[in-house]
Write a protein of this length. Structure first.
Length: 265
C-alpha cells in the first residue's frame, strides 16, 4: 500500500482531542487549522470552538507530545487552514456576538437582542427582556395579603400569606408566592417594609398599596403585562384587566373575597 494512502487512512481514524472553550464553556472536539503566513501555510496550528467560533489558546496542551501528535496526524498542512474570524463564525453552530469597538456600540448590540436573549460581548453574561403577566397566583396572593393586612392593621409576612392561604382550599394549591413579591410591585399593587437587617435582601413584610386596594375592590384596572429588564420595570403594556380577569375561570372572585381568615396575634 502506498505510504500516502496509509497516512490518509490514519488521518481519517484520528480525532482531535477535546478542548474547553473559555468563551462559552463548550467542551468537545474543536475546529483547527494551520495558520497561514505571507507565503502560504506555516507550521503553527490554531484552534477554535465549533459552537461559538472564538479562538481557543492551547499553549499548555501543545507541550504534550500526545496532543501534538494527535493534532498533526489529523490535519493536512496543504489543505486545512485556520479560518479567519468571519469564517469561524460562519462555521459555528451558535456564534458568539462579535465584540463591538465601543461601550455605546455594545449597549446597542445588547439592546437589539434583549427580546430573544443575548450574551453580552463585554461581560459574557446573559441579558434578556422578560414579559411578565399578572396571573392567577399573583391575584390570589394579593387577595390574601389584603385580608391579612386588614386584620393586622399593617404589614404581613410572606410566610403568613402562604400559611393562611393553605387553610382555605378555595385559594388552590399554588399562589405563585415566589414571583408575587418580586412582580406585584411592578404594578404598584404591594409595597415592602423598609429593611433594617443588612444581611437580608428585604424585610419580607408586605402590605397592599392604595392602588392595590382599588384593584381588589374592582375600582380600577391595570395593564396585563410588565416588561422587565435587569430586574427593573421598563413599562406596563397590554390590555387593561380587572382582578377577576387575572384570576381566570378556575377561581371565583366572590368566593375568595368571602373567605374568612383568622385573626393574627
Amino acid at each position: 500500500m502506498p505510504e500516502d494512502e496509509v497516512l490518509s487512512k490514519e488521518r481519517v481514524a484520528t480525532r482531535l482531542p477535546k478542548l474547553a472553550c473559555r468563551t462559552c464553556a463548550y467542551v468537545g472536539e474543536p475546529g483547527a487549522g494551520f495558520i497561514p503566513g505571507p507565503e502560504g501555510s506555516t507550521e503553527q496550528v490554531g484552534f477554535f470552538c465549533i459552537r461559538c467560533g472564538d479562538l481557543i489558546p492551547v499553549a499548555e496542551e501543545w507541550s504534550s507530545p500526545e496532543f501534538r501528535d494527535a493534532v498533526l496526524g489529523s490535519l493536512n498542512p496543504f489543505a486545512d487552514f485556520l479560518p479567519d474570524e468571519e469564517g469561524r463564525r460562519a462555521l459555528a453552530t451558535d456564534p458568539w456576538p462579535k465584540a463591538p469597538g465601543t461601550i455605546s456600540a455594545a449597549r446597542e448590540l445588547v439592546r437589539a437582542g434583549l427580546d430573544e436573549g443575548i450574551q453580552c460581548p463585554c461581560c459574557e453574561q446573559h441579558a434578556q427582556r422578560y414579559y411578565r403577566t399578572l396571573n392567577s397566583g399573583m391575584a390570589r396572593w394579593l387577595i390574601v395579603l389584603g385580608k391579612l393586612t386588614a386584620l393586622k392593621g399593617e404589614w404581613a409576612s410572606t410566610a403568613e400569606v402562604i400559611q393562611h392561604a393553605a387553610r382555605h382550599s378555595s385559594f388552590g394549591s399554588s399562589l405563585g408566592s415566589g414571583e408575587s413579591t418580586s412582580l406585584l410591585p411592578y404594578w404598584d399593587l404591594i409595597e415592602c417594609r423598609a429593611n433594617d437587617d443588612p444581611t437580608k435582601k428585604s424585610s419580607g413584610y408586605w402590605r397592599v398599596t392604595d392602588k392595590g386596594r382599588g384593584f381588589l375592590a374592582l375600582q380600577l384596572t391595570v395593564p396585563k403585562t410588565a416588561v422587565v429588564y435587569n430586574n427593573r420595570l421598563e413599562r406596563l403594556e397590554g390590555v387593561l384587566i380587572t382582578i377577576q380577569e387575572a384570576l381566570g375561570k378556575k377561581f371565583s372572585y366572590e368566593e375568595l373575597m368571602r373567605a374568612g381568615l383568622e385573626k393574627v396575634a
